[in-house]
Design a protein around this ligand. Structure first.
Ligand SMILES: Nc1ncnc2c1ncn2[C@@H]1O[C@H](COP(=O)(O)OP(=O)(O)OP(=O)(O)O)[C@@H](O)[C@H]1O
Ligand SMILES: [Mn+2]
Length: 269
């Protein structure tokens, strides 16, 4: 008789590594004796696991989460190209209810791991800006959809490639992303045109900047307009990362090195 176990056992057979996404302590300990390499992926290394891949944001979409874990492990040399990896994770708030077997080559590098970890700006600054954009996307401005453009890192060069559209409300202030009051200010100022420029350390350098990078050769997906084009182009001309909330489709996108590296729907957060 065919037992399910026999039929589905191939799914877990002969893998090079097992990735546990945000496991709890007791589940993690059960893997003590397995022969395969165990890799923990999560927002914080509360279990002192080694090796560990830190998730900068809570990816609700499964593919984004797997991709980040795999790219991070490849980048850190924990796994190699072509390795077979078994991912144990959750969907729909059901702890450890999902097994996905992937080969590390299944993911063509998207740059998402690189964007957080190897940005000029601190990973926490990139994450904080992401969170503002997601929150803004969820709530809009007084219920209306709103767009916004944040350029993070390499601020001196970004300022050189842009011009003011209005007075800069952050001119003499020393405020940083992540402060609750600053998040309110960013949301308020996002009603007006232009981009926010943020330093590597998270200081808000300016609001209302009109970006003027050279857009020559920048290849962004069709259908996106001037805001996204400017975001893509400024990251090719500088070491910055650009995070864009689209007023028209409500998605948050990130650009680095002139390319789209991440696209998320705030409604799923
Ligand atoms: N070069 C630029 N620098 C800064 N802000 C810009 C630039 N170009 C456009 N924007 C801002 O983007 C807004 C929307 O422009 P547009 O509709 O062309 O962009 P989009 O990519 O379609 O974005 P959305 O999806 O939000 O509509 C403009 O009103 C302006 O505030
Ligand atoms: Mn538009």
């Amino acid at each position: 008789m065919n037992e399910l176990r026999d039929l589905l056992g191939d799914l877990v057979a002969d893998v090079d590594a097992v990735f546990l996404f945000s496991p709890n302590a007791s589940f993690f300990e059960e893997f003590d004796d397995v022969d395969e390499e165990i890799v923990v992926v999560g927002p914080e290394n509360t279990l002192d696991a080694e090796p560990f891949v830190e998730l900068p944001i809570d990816f609700t979409d499964l593919e984004g989460r797997l991709r980040f874990g795999v790219e991070g492990a490849l980048e850190q040399g924990i796994v190699d190209e072509g390795d077979e990896v078994l991912c144990v994770t959750e969907v729909l708030d059901g702890a450890e209810n999902t097994l996905v077997r992937v080969q590390t080559n299944d993911f063509s590098p998207s740059g998402v791991y690189d964007m957080f970890v190897n940005s000029r700006a601190d990973a926490s600054v990139v994450r904080d800006v992401f969170e503002v954009a997601i929150e803004l996307g969820k709530k809009g401005q007084k219920g209306k959809p709103v767009g916004a453009l944040f350029v993070v890192g390499d601020a001196g060069k970004v300022m050189n490639k842009s011009r003011p559209l209005s007075y800069n409300p952050f001119e003499k202030s020393h405020v940083h992303v992540g402060d609750p009051i600053v998040n309110v200010m960013l949301k308020e100022f996002s009603r007006l045109d232009g981009a926010f420029v943020i330093s590597d350390a998270g200081k808000i350098v300016s609001a209302y900047r009109y970006l003027e990078p050279s857009a020559e050769g920048v290849d962004i997906p069709k259908g996106l307009g001037a805001r996204h084009m400017a975001a893509g182009a400024v990251t090719r001309d500088t070491m910055a990362t650009a995070i864009v909330l689209s007023e028209s489709d409500g998605l948050v996108r990130a650009f680095k090195g002139g390319e789209l590296v991440l696209e998320i729907d705030p409604e799923e957060y």
